[in-house]
Design a protein around this ligand. Structure first.
Ligand SMILES: *Cc1c(COP(=O)(O)O)cnc(C)c1O
Length: 350
């Protein structure tokens, strides 16, 4: 009854969403602030009649709004059920092993190897530099069928400069995809979206889950040359014609238009991140320079696992990865100022 395919799967394990007690939840990079208040107005006036019909399979208006915001055409935009789904379609569409392995960083978003196993894509992990940054040179110098990395990278929070990204694109074969997963770019990095017209092999992937505070809605998108976007539609339409329900499409349109609200929320999070780093420094903790809504931190003499468990006992959840040179760090999501004060207080007691 169970397929051989199934027996080989090792699923991704997301950060825990506990139900046993109330935690200060700093483990999945959710936004501590509310989504745009304009969404409430929509929900209060929406007619249940609209649910009778299938949603637009092309998410046309949502893609138009996204295209307007980023100065591209709707033909350059694909939208999916969370950026995880968009990533999955992209792995299916662009990577096989005809020209070598897929390359991604040794420490990165741990869904990438899961998609590789799912689609039987061979991959090679490229070590980070000693300072934990992504090593652009190593990607150029290795024969491969494609490249993917988050920028800023997760769980380090370190951002690669746009010049380094251009260097990769300039020196990489134009017939192989380079995917930049910009889940955290709104928190301080420079986006590669403006490069898509120059590099038809560049796909930029974004999510509504982090900076737009809509992780529960499941909405993500990709921006790239229309050849790449058409390929994503081909995969989608071979799998599910309607991955985006009518609420997700409509709420996405409202959120993407409310720049004033979201830029103030993002500004607050960036300020809080910088305050958190300054407090961590004063308390003798090490941390990496972050351009995301999380900080990767550790303290000499305390194993990462003990930090994680100690904070958990004290009602604070952070994320710990028990692997290689990152095992003595924990990834802390930037929450509200109050949550960060409580965190620092408990960290000092460890
Ligand atoms: C959170 C995250 C995603 C997934 O986002 P969803 O849109 O919620 O599926 C993708 N990539 C990275 C690097 C992330 O951290």
């Amino acid at each position: 009854m169970f397929s051989e395919r199934l027996k080989k799967l090792t699923p991704y394990v997301p950060g825990e969403q506990p139900r046993d007690r109330k935690y200060v939840k700093l483990n999945t990079n959710e936004n501590p602030y509310s989504p745009s208040p304009k969404i409430r107005e929509f929900l209060e006036t929406c007619e249940i009649e609209s649910l009778r019909l299938y949603p637009d399979p092309l998410a046309t208006e949502l893609r138009e709004r996204i295209a307007e915001k980023y100065g591209v055409k709707k033909e350059n935009v694909f939208a999916g059920n969370g950026s995880d789904e968009v990533l999955s379609f992209a792995f299916y569409a662009f990577f096989d092993n005809s020209n070598g392995n897929l390359l991604f960083p040794e420490f990165t978003y741990s869904f990438y190897p899961v998609y590789c196993d799912f689609y039987a894509i061979q991959y090679q992990k490229i070590p980070l530099r000693d300072d934990f940054s992504v090593d652009a040179e190593a990607y150029i110098g290795t024969e491969s069928c494609g490249i993917i990395f988050p920028n800023p990278n997760a769980p380090t929070g370190i951002c690669l400069s746009i010049e380094e990204i251009i260097r990769i694109l300039e020196n990489y074969p134009k017939d192989r995809a380079v995917i930049i997963d910009e889940a955290y770019i709104d928190f301080g990095g420079e986006s590669a979206v403006r490069l898509i017209n120059e590099y038809p092999n560049l796909l930029v992937i974004r999510t509504f889950s982090k900076s737009m505070s809509l992780a529960g809605l499941r909405l993500g998108f990709a921006i790239g040359d229309n050849g790449l976007i058409d390929a994503l539609f081909t995969v989608k339409d071979s799998f599910n014609s309607y991955p985006l329900d009518m609420f997700a499409q409509k709420i996405g349109e409202i959120a993407i238009a409310d720049e004033a609200y979201y830029s103030s929320v993002t500004k607050k999070i960036v300020e809080t991140r910088e305050e958190l780093c300054s407090e961590l420094g004063k308390a003798g903790w090490n941390f990496l320079s972050s351009k995301a809504n999380f900080v990767f931190a550790g303290k000499k003499g305390i194993p990462g696992e003990d930090i994680y468990l100690g904070l958990r006992d004290r009602g604070i959840l952070v994320r710990h990865f028990n692997i290689g040179k990152i095992k003595d760090f924990v990834r802390i999501t930037v929450g509200t100022k109050d949550e960060m004060s409580r965190l620092i207080e408990e960290m000092k007691k460890l």
